[in-house]
Design a protein around this ligand. Structure first.
Ligand SMILES: Nc1nc2c(c(=O)[nH]1)N[C@H]1C(S)=C(S)[C@@H](COP(=O)(O)OP(=O)(O)OC[C@H]3O[C@@H](n4cnc5c(=O)[nH]c(N)nc54)[C@H](O)[C@@H]3O)O[C@H]1N2
Ligand SMILES: Nc1nc2c(c(=O)[nH]1)N[C@H]1C(S)=C(S)[C@@H](COP(=O)(O)OP(=O)(O)OC[C@H]3O[C@@H](n4cnc5c(=O)[nH]c(N)nc54)[C@H](O)[C@@H]3O)O[C@H]1N2
Ligand code: SF4
Ligand SMILES: [Mo]
Length: 746
């Protein structure tokens, strides 16, 4: 059995794979993986459909005048891509090149090298899927804590899931085991806030089945009850928070019964829930897409955090903590420069996904002229796919790195074929465990498909072609890396601190030097050397407790050696709950409770009119539900699904009856974004007026004879962009709240 990890969700459970004739014939959880400890869900068993997809690209593709593609060799591809990228930069500036993506659920090493390519081109703007889900929460975290936070669900007394269905979407370690353990323990409780009675809600003790899109009312009520009934933790607030007055006053003003009615929850249930949360020794909270892609998303993030801060649920077992990080990608700082055309807020360096098309489809002189897309499929995954496709067609240059000819790749000028995640060295920076945090560098377990390259090599080749690194510097550092790693460290640090440009090129400089000396072709691991050293310097105690000790550079070197040699993953930090406070990164070291624009938004809720539905669009469509057989667009082969093969529209029995449709019957769904036809699944888990479609469908895929067709609905044919349909602060879309009409087809 070969040791690797599942690439289908952020948990990246360790797995063992038996390979016969290039096929994954047996897959099981890896007991030696220090994070997942043998756990894996059933989706992992289907990974052969990823590895042996019929849709793999095995040569670089160049678009012809007529829109068809021709195969070209790698040297041609690299030199043309490099010269066209520098051409765009010379004509319009590096800022006109937008970088999108950088990694999916299982692959972040490519993205770690792309930063150097972007530096070489002077490209500063980027975006990724995070800017259509998490940026609002990142920003709130930044304002309150100065850093990201996570919850300790394994040990918590009360688990709260807000717009999150971990039974299907995972996201916490050993999700199903953890959920069952909470459900089976009479001393622990689970609170679920969701308009649908999900698999997770079925396990809940307190199920708050809100009306879609009313979470702000629900959470404001919970907060108001804490204040009204004096349930908040006064000493915690006094000792550990600042600026609490305005938030508490705003909550005190919330009309409890009125808001309870707005969200459709019985006031008594809300009171019992607030008391349970306040009385618990620990509470862990997880908010996800159900609120992050719905009305008031950033306000909801704030209210959700106010509730657990007001009840003192930070820096103790079972509560919230600050994870140690190798790459701080969950940053919520806003950059001084907004997006060039629409002036959108840029959070954590990312342009809101919803603004991208507007940043292109305009005459504005600062519009984007080129896009570099890596390991993402924005024409499928962004709101209003058709417009996103039109935007790509308007650009002077589109380069895509993917393993498949995706919906986005079809709009590219060059498509560069990557080796699959099981054919190269790979890793993710989704390292959020606590107190033991885990990182796993995966080695290739199958030979790469001929004609493909790993992303780090692609980036390095483009950078070589751009000739930005001094050849003597590279040769000198390479020689030192071969003979003396300690001297290499000093020389490397001297070179990268002396010249900021060389500093920004550090990943590729490492790849070209240290990387060439690593065993088994593990050159892509070179960037980990810098991350290991930074980690050892940032968290000396936690890294020491994990067993990496010594003087000077020794802990970092030891950590790096462990990373590259331990196939099931390595515990890189062992934290102490007492240290969590020192990770708070606000000016005064206290949690800041006052975010003025969100307090205003809370005040404005009082006078807010009801919902986005109308007589034309009386339903609310949640566009993109996680189900047993969805995994973003990582599997293109629809045969991986054993059930729900077409991704039915879920609808309540009363609604189906009113429309005169039976289970399996066909309907037309229309929104402001478009119209689709699908079959329905009648369910008693949904409220009347609420319908759902799964994410990740509608990908086209060739059959045995090469004829391409797609299965199910591509949800972003139905989603909409624009002011009413996105968060006013973070610009995140309301994918889970699309006004829609349903008509029966006979
Ligand atoms: N099986 C599977 N797992 C996945 C993925 C996948 O594609 N398939 N994708 C991964 C990724 S990228 C992500 S980001 C996560 C996302 O994971 P989740 O956020 O858990 O996934 P969703 O099903 O999109 O949305 C969660 C819940 O929001 C609810 N919801 C809808 N509208 C509202 C609302 O107005 N208010 C509230 N409170 N809830 C609402 C839905 O009913 C649903 O139960 O999943 C990851 N895991
Ligand atoms: N309407 C609606 N839209 C949504 C969502 C929703 O709930 N509703 N969810 C949103 C969310 S949370 C997310 S995270 C996004 C996800 O959407 P995207 O960000 O587009 O990412 P993925 O679907 O994960 O696609 C990853 C791409 O990586 C490619 N790939 C796989 N392995 C490799 C590799 O080794 N190298 C390279 N270069 N490529 C590889 C795959 O072929 C695929 O094209 O969708 C978002 N879009
Ligand atoms: S929980 Fe996520 S990473 Fe783990 S096996 Fe399931 S899909 Fe894969
Ligand atoms: Mo996501």
């Amino acid at each position: 059995m070969e040791t690797t990890a599942c690439i289908l969700c952020e948990c990246n459970c360790g797995i063992e794979v038996r390979i016969e004739d290039g096929h994954f014939t047996r897959i099981r959880g890896d007991k030696n993986h220090p994070g997942s400890k043998g756990y894996a869900c059933e989706k992992a068993l289907r990974l052969d459909h990823y590895q042996n997809s019929r849709d793999r690209l095995n040569a670089p593709q160049r678009r012809r005048e007529d829109g068809t593609f021709e195969e070209i060799d790698w040297d041609t591809a690299i030199s043309e891509v490099a010269s066209k990228l520098s051409g765009v930069r010379d004509a319009h500036g590096g800022d006109s090149i937008l970088y999108y993506g950088g990694g999916g659920q299982g692959n972040h090493l490519g993205g770690a090298y792309s930063t150097a390519l972007r530096a070489a081109l002077g490209s500063r703007f980027r975006s990724s899927a995070l800017a259509q889900e998490k940026t609002g929460e990142f920003w709130v975290n930044h304002e309150m804590f100065g850093t990201g936070v996570r919850g300790d669900f394994e040990h918590t007394e009360v688990a709260v899931f807000v717009g999150k269905n971990p039974w299907q979407s995972h996201g916490i370690p050993e999700a199903r085991r953890t959920l069952k353990a909470i459900a089976n323990d009479p001393a622990r409780s689970m609170v679920v806030i969701d308009p649908r009675r999900t698999e997770t809600a079925d396990l809940a003790d307190y199920f708050l089945q809100v009306k879609p899109g009313t979470d702000a009312f629900c959470l404001a009520t919970l907060g108001a009850i804490l204040v009204e009934e004096n349930l908040f933790d006064r000493s915690f607030i006094r000792d550990h928070t600042s600026n609490s007055k305005a938030a508490i006053e705003a909550l005190r003003k919330v009309p409890i019964s009125d808001f309870a009615g707005r969200c459709g929850i019985d006031e008594d249930l809300l009171r019992r829930t607030a008391r349970r949360v306040a009385g618990a020794s620990s509470v862990a909270v997880y908010e996800d897409l159900g609120v992050q892609q719905a009305p008031h998303s950033t306000l909801v993030s704030y209210l959700e955090k106010l509730i657990w801060v007001l009840t003192g649920n930070f820096a103790k077992p079972g509560a919230q903590f600050v994870p140690t990080v190798l790459v701080p990608f969950a940053r919520g700082n806003t950059s001084r420069r907004p997006s060039p055309v629409t002036g959108a807020k840029v959070i954590g360096g990312m342009i809101p996904c919803n603004s991208i098309a507007d940043e292109i489809l305009t005459d504005h002189p600062d519009r984007f002229r080129a896009m570099f897309i890596e390991s993402a499929n924005p024409v499928h995954s962004l709101s209003d796919s058709r417009r996103m496709g039109e935007a790509l067609d308007e650009l002077d240059l589109v380069v895509v790195i993917d393993i498949a000819m995706t919906e986005s790749a079809r709009h590219a000028d060059y498509v560069l074929p990557a080796s699959s995640q099981y054919e190269k060295w790979e890793a993710t920076f989704f390292n959020f465990d606590f107190p033991d945090n885990v990182f796993q560098l995966r080695a290739p377990i199958v030979e790469p498909l001929e004609g493909t390259l790993p992303e780090p090599e692609i980036h390095a080749r483009i950078v070589r072609e751009l000739a930005v690194l001094d050849a003597d510097l590279v040769a000198g550092l390479l020689a030192t890396a071969e003979s003396d790693r300690v001297k290499f460290a000093t020389d490397f640090m001297t070179a990268t601190t002396a010249d900021p440009m060389i500093g920004r090129m550090a990943p590729i400089l490492l790849y070209e030097t240290l990387g060439q000396t690593l065993p088994d072709g593990a050159g892509a691991a070179a960037v980990l050397w810098a991350l290991a050293h930074r980690c050892a310097m940032t968290y000396p105690k936690a890294v020491g407790r994990a067993g990496f000790e010594g003087d000077g550079l020794e802990p970092g070197e030891a950590l790096f050696d462990a990373m590259i040699s331990q196939r099931s993953g390595v515990v890189f930090t062992r934290s102490d709950w007492d240290e969590v406070w020192s990770q708070i990164n606000t000016t005064d070291g206290a949690i800041n409770l006052e975010i003025p624009v969100l307090i205003d938004a809370l005040d404005r809720l009082h006078s807010e009119p009801d919902g986005l539905t109308s007589s034309e669009y009386p339903f609310i469509l949640a566009a993109g539900e996680r189900r047993s057989f969805t995994a973003n667009t990582i599997f293109r082969d629809p045969a991986w699904r054993k059930r729900d093969r077409h991704g039915a529209l879920r609808i309540s029995a009363p609604d189906a009856e009113r429309l005169g449709i039976e289970d399996g019957g066909r309907v037309r769904v229309s929104t402001g974004g478009g119209t689709i036809v699908t079959s329905i699944e009648i369910t008693d888990t949904l409220q009347s007026g609420h319908i759902t479609l799964p994410n990740g469908f509608g990908l086209d895929y060739p059959d045995q004879s090469g004829i391409r067709s797609s299965t199910g609905v591509s949800v972003n044919d139905l989603t909409v962009t624009g002011g009413r349909f996105e968060d006013p602060i973070a610009g995140t879309p309301y994918h889970k709240h699309v006004p829609a009409r349903v008509e029966a087809l006979t």
